[in-house]
Design a protein around this ligand. Sequence first.
Ligand SMILES: Cc1ncc(COP(=O)(O)O)c(C=O)c1O
Length: 460
Amino acid sequence: MNLSVNMNDLSDVIESDRAHVWHHLSQHKKYETVDPMIIVEGKGIHVWDAKGNKYLDAVSGGVWTVNVGYGRESIANAVRDQLVKMNYFSNAAGSIPGALFAEKLIEKMPGMSRVYFSNSGSEANEKAYKIVRQIAHNKYDGKKHKILYRDRDYHGTTITALSSCGQHQRKDQYGPFTPGFVEVPHCSEYRSQYGPCDDYGVKAARAIEDVILAEGPDTVGAMVLEPVTAGGGVITPPEGYWETVQEICKKYDILLQIDEVVCGLGRTGKWFGYQHYGIQPDLVTMAKGVASGYAAISCTVTTEAVFEQFKADPTDPMSYFRDISTFGGCAAGPAAALENMRIIEEENLLDNVTRMGDYLVSRLNELKEKHQAIGDVRGKGLFCGAELVVDRETKEPVDESVTQAVVAECFAQGVIIGATNRSFAKLNNTLCLSPALICTKDNIDEIVTAIDNALTKVCG
Ligand SMILES: Cc1ncc(COP(=O)(O)O)c(C=O)c1O
């Protein structure tokens, strides 16, 4: 690779970045006095910045993406080979890696049948919303068009994806939003809306039914939910929740759309998060971990019953899915995804996630014994959260500045962790961990030690 840069002195690159790059989720004023961070290399679970500092990345590329870890030459080779043979053709036609990956993916998803390719999680969700809307028009005269989403869930950054966002601070200043999206209550047992109870999961699901009845079941076409809420605070579903949600969807003929953009491909110890709960979705979306960030790819996967409705009447010029994603035709995405999946299988990474996930939760629970600031520890596989509180009795959340100070202290020790940020008026108080699926016990010990030190420093 020749980028005409001197890897021993990247100050020019830093200046170019400072002058011209607009970073995601960033207030830029600080870069007038502080250098922007430029990540230049990755290997396994570690990354290096432009100044040569090494970090253990406990969030897989910042946003739970690089599931198989950095520096995977076999993925790079698969992408290269594909690009020199055939880089792109509109997905109105097929591609070799597209067909092969779709088949492998469907093998992992009993009950599902069709894969629609695009580029980002937001886009995958928007495709699903368009499918729901078109079914509403074709089958229900447009009436059954509403889509329910849940408080604290996130489904993407575009205006319509934000219309289905249960993280209210993220939406501020970006309205007006797309009509037809209706919020249902969250299912965080730690912050139970019904006080302490044995059947919280069933109650939280029944609260969704109340919304359906208030809106009118004949107006509700679908419900979009994360299997485990990610950026909203790593909320694992309570006992009894998913069974009841599935029953409610069946009862009112509502399509169940599961957003696997974070959980998808191994993060929780199964291929998909929903597979822990015995449910059968109608639509599944995925992106980040599908190719671990080696190429852009997202998928909207449907059942054959959903797909059938888009080919029922070939004489009707409007009866097919009139949607396109230019870069959904890039062959690099499925080529990377195929190799990514092969690695997960060959290296038994799902087993590793289950074992290491249990270890991570047990280590975090030890920290909870030591630090009063940890109010709750939650997790499924290598996908864990620790919620910080001022007081365990009242559960008053710490201020976001405290959460961010803990993140910064870990960073100073060479460990990158994440946290809920600028998502809620009050609940930006959960530390988030999602290391690569190759994570070892030693890596976990290093992460937990960094958090331990940081909590001692910040919270006393
Ligand atoms: C659960 C969930 N869905 C969808 C998205 C949107 O994905 P993207 O940023 O690729 O558009 C995200 C991104 O963080 C996510 O966490």
